[in-house]
Design a protein around this ligand. Structure first.
Ligand SMILES: NC(=O)c1ccc[n+]([C@@H]2O[C@H](COP(=O)([O-])OP(=O)(O)OC[C@H]3O[C@@H](n4cnc5c(N)ncnc54)[C@H](OP(=O)(O)O)[C@@H]3O)[C@@H](O)[C@H]2O)c1
Length: 363
């Protein structure tokens, strides 16, 4: 591990960024961090009780602004002191138009790379990407796989893929961490941030997911916040990952889709009131059949069903493009595999049910 004087971290107000920051600071008592935040008030709220806060300097900035929108003082401090960049900030909404996703995720990454290149010391750029830069590819996805022409399910995937290409081409030293979908905090299952997987589950629970795309070998790859953030904090500045791409994914620990639907149904059916509603498991259909279903929903015009299929359209097609993420580099460097999805699926369902119950009470 090199001895960084200071790091620049983006995305510190996000799900993974805060956790990564805390772990990096805890691991090295000499480390200081500049965090690029869009909104000083949000940062103030988010950094209340932040361990090691005395070593953190917030600088107001935006990935979409020239020079990241840093003022002259912040820019000078970063240029003089930073030896490592951990870039997590992104627009993580799947449904953005391509231009909007690119503006934050691709062009924003370019601005981070430009700043890194201006620094006085050689800078390692650790870029946090998504395993789904693999887009519409199927089969085994290797950590060494870079360019492909299979296309993407949504603009988020494409913009992150394009950012990876920039990082490899422009950073003097880089490491790319491709995270799978984060579905809960740790193996105990608490859910802090809702995403497309949780929304699909909510529709299933409410009997609104009559059909889901999926083929016989489809499986859900998912991970916990603690696994991903610990791995990033441990490896981001390590010489062992220089110019390497690392999959932070369940890999062989993914959960086959049919089994996932069955386990989920059985867990919810413990609640007799839910069981009495006789909600069926969604039928798995190939992508073509699912698209026909989606089109007919659009034509028939049932507004609630339309809302459902539209909400899922930027995410669920991935389920019919079965892929398994190879994790050899991550497993070797971390000395252990990610927890398997089976290890935390039921605690995650229970955590989610608690969140929904709290929402109902608050409504
Ligand atoms: N969570 C997952 O399931 C998952 C899976 C795979 C990969 N990843 C990747 O992991 C990284 C972190 O994800 P996350 O889930 O922690 O994200 P998140 O909770 O959605 O947080 C996004 C972060 O990016 C910041 N940000 C967004 N737009 C910005 C802009 N224009 N300028 C500066 N900062 C901006 C946000 O700041 P504000 O507070 O100002 O909005 C926030 O700190 C992302 O790169 C994501 O692509 C996440």
């Amino acid at each position: 591990m090199r001895a960084p004087r200071s790091i620049l971290l983006t995305g510190a107000t996000g799900l993974l960024g805060r956790d990564v920051l805390v772990r990096l600071l805890a691991a090295d008592a000499r480390m200081r961090a500049f965090v690029v935040v869009r909104d000083a008030e949000r940062w103030a709220a988010c950094s209340r009780d932040l361990p090691h806060a005395e070593r953190v300097t917030p600088v107001v900035g935006d990935l979409c602004a020239d020079g990241l929108g840093l003022d002259a003082w912040a820019r000078q401090q970063v240029r003089r002191n930073v030896t490592g960049v951990v870039h997590l900030a992104a627009d993580t909404t799947f449904s953005r138009p391509l231009a909007q996703a690119r503006a934050v995720n691709t062009e924003g990454t370019l601005r981070v790379l430009e700043l890194a290149a201006e620094c006085a010391f050689p800078v390692r750029v650790a870029y946090v990407s998504t395993a789904f830069v693999a887009g519409k590819r199927v089969g085994v996805i290797s950590e060494n796989d870079g360019a492909h022409d299979a296309g993407w399910v949504n603009a988020y995937e494409q913009s992150k893929y394009e950012a990876e290409t920039l990082v490899r081409a422009q950073a003097a030293d880089w490491a790319i961490f491709r995270s799978s979908t984060v579905v809960c905090n740790d193996v105990n299952g608490g859910v802090t941030q809702l995403n497309a997987v949780h929304r699909a589950l909510q529709l299933y629970r409410n009997g609104l997911a009559a059909m889901m795309p999926g083929v016989i070998d489809s499986a859900l790859d998912a991970v916990t916040t603690s696994y991903v953030s610990r791995a990033i904090a441990e490896l981001a500045l390590s010489d062992d990952v220089s110019r390497k791409t690392v999959h932070l994914c369940a890999g062989t620990g993914s959960l086959p889709l049919q089994e996932l639907l069955d386990i989920t149904w059985e867990r919810w059916a413990i609640d007799l009131a839910w069981r009495r509603r006789a909600i069926p498991r969604p039928a798995l259909a190939d992508l073509q059949t699912y698209m026909l279903f989606e089109r007919s929903v659009e034509q028939i015009g049932d507004p609630s069903l339309k809302r459902v299929t539209r909400a899922l359209s930027d995410f669920v097609p991935q389920l019919a493009m079965p892929k398994r993420f190879e994790t050899t580099t991550a497993d070797t460097l971390l000395g252990a595999r990610a927890p398997s999805v089976r290890d935390f699926w039921i605690p995650m369902l229970d955590g989610l049910a608690m969140n929904w119950a709290a929402d109902r009470r608050a409504a």
